[in-house]
Design a protein around this ligand. Structure first.
Ligand SMILES: Cc1ncc(COP(=O)(O)O)c(C=O)c1O
Length: 409
């Protein structure tokens, strides 16, 4: 674990633009959009009391994004929101007047959307979100997927109406190809990662993620003292760090960023004190987190507002999936995918290490927030790693809820 107190760059305020976009006001703005979506429902927050007791902390909460907007991951909040905002921007430019939420269904706005093509590279979940946003507005979506993405994930994106382009190489190669195609054909790149000169759209994507934090904090009786959050390019981790800093100031929870051992670009950047590209190594089962270059905005925020950076091994992620799926009696079973369980894996590693417990203050007063960022988006893989189908775990979940309600009556 790399604890960031040691670096001078840390604990600086955010830039005013990041603070505005990702603080409570930005989250409220994004949440207003979500309420216009047809199948919108809050995701559950599970209180794992037995797990907390077993590890001598006060509370462990899991915000369960496994069913967000029917897409299976928190990413449903980001790309789709950015696409809707981009259509509104374009409509304002073309119509020469402000366009608000109530105009989204207007024929003149939909005609403008029909002339737009959005393109993105993805490991899976972001592409689904962009495809969903395009479908909602009647725009076209083209989604680029690298060769490591499973056919099941590709099909799920195609089912949302996007045109699929397969790209040789890894995620970073698909990002380059998306940019090339956009330049050539005048399409709009909707990326969840950012680079110099490309900030507006990924900021919108991250602003969409803050909705889940706004919800989680409303669902929790008391604010958390620690958040363990997994990272690919760092978008969700930075949204967490920025939102918490803007909402709670110096009383904010400690934010610990968790990455796979073989793809830890933020961990390496933290060690070096500047954004660095990690060397690509063997694939990880946490495929949604397999990114080798931090998002520029995410690093800018995390370098100021994260408290620790750590890595977890594939076995630890698989153990965390099992722990969530088969909890101690009394706790609710949770369906978490390989990447979804990484935050839990980070917590289990940290709380089991005496030195880290002390340095992070994981004591009897600690209230931990973990985000299950995805459910079993690849059900075959889930069965292989957990030995149960996602449905069997969900049945257990329903039974556990029923027992909990009986107990409360
Ligand atoms: C399920 C899941 N968890 C976590 C992440 C990491 O998000 P980010 O790349 O914004 O760090 C992703 C990214 O695709 C994901 O799909």
């Amino acid at each position: 674990m790399y604890i960031s107190n040691d670096l001078d760059v840390y604990k600086q305020p955010l830039s005013p633009a990041d603070a505005k976009a990702l603080g409570p006001a930005g989250a409220d703005a994004a949440a207003a959009f979500l309420e216009t979506r047809s199948h919108h429902a809050e995701t559950p927050l599970h209180r794992l009391k037995r797990l907390a007791m077993a590890h001598c902390v006060d509370e462990v909460y899991v915000k369960d994004e496994g069913r967000r907007l029917g897409l299976g991951s928190f990413k449903a909040l980001g790309g789709a929101y950015a696409v809707v905002r981009l259509v509104m921007d374009q409509a304002e430019r073309q119509l020469g007047r402000p366009v608000g939420l109530s105009d989204l269904a207007a024929t003149e706005v939909r005609n403008i959307a029909a002339g737009m093509t959005v393109v993105c590279a993805t490991d899976g979940n972001h592409g689904k979100s962009v495809a969903l946003g395009a479908r909602q507005m009647g725009a076209r979506a083209v989604v680029l997927l690298h060769e490591g993405v499973s056919d099941a994930r590709v099909q799920a994106i195609a089912d949302l109406g996007a045109r699929i382009v397969r790209v040789a190489g890894n995620y970073d190669d698909s990002v380059s190809e998306a940019n090339r195609l956009a330049d050539e054909r005048g399409w709009v790149v909707v990326s969840d990662t950012s680079w110099p000169g490309y900030e507006y759209i990924p900021t919108l994507v991250m602003q969409g993620y803050t909705i889940l934090l706004r919800e989680a904090l409303r669902q929790m009786p008391q604010a958390p003292t620690h958040v363990f959050v997994q990272a690919g390019v760092g978008g969700i981790a930075a949204a967490v760090a920025a939102y918490m800093l803007e909402r709670y100031g110096n009383a904010r929870p400690a934010v610990v960023v968790v990455e796979p051992q073989g793809a830890a670009c933020l961990f390496e950047s933290a060690q070096k004190g500047r954004a660095v590209k990690a060397v690509a190594s063997a694939p990880t089962i946490m495929s949604m987190l397999e990114c080798y270059e931090p998002s520029m905005i995410a690093w800018r925020i995390l370098s100021r507002a994260a408290d620790g950076f750590m890595t977890v091994a594939d076995e630890e992620a698989a153990q965390a999936m099992n722990l969530l799926a088969r909890p101690a009696d009394g706790d609710v079973p949770v369906v978490a995918g390989e990447s979804g369980a990484a935050g839990m894996a980070g917590f289990i590693q940290a709380v089991g290490d005496e030195g880290l417990r002390r340095r992070l203050g994981l004591d009897a007063g600690a209230r931990i927030l973990i985000i299950n960022t995805e459910g079993a988006t690849d059900p075959g893989r889930f069965r292989e790693l957990v030995g149960l189908s996602p449905e069997a775990v969900r049945d257990g979940n329903r039974n556990a809820h029923a027992r909990e309600e009986e107990h409360n009556e």
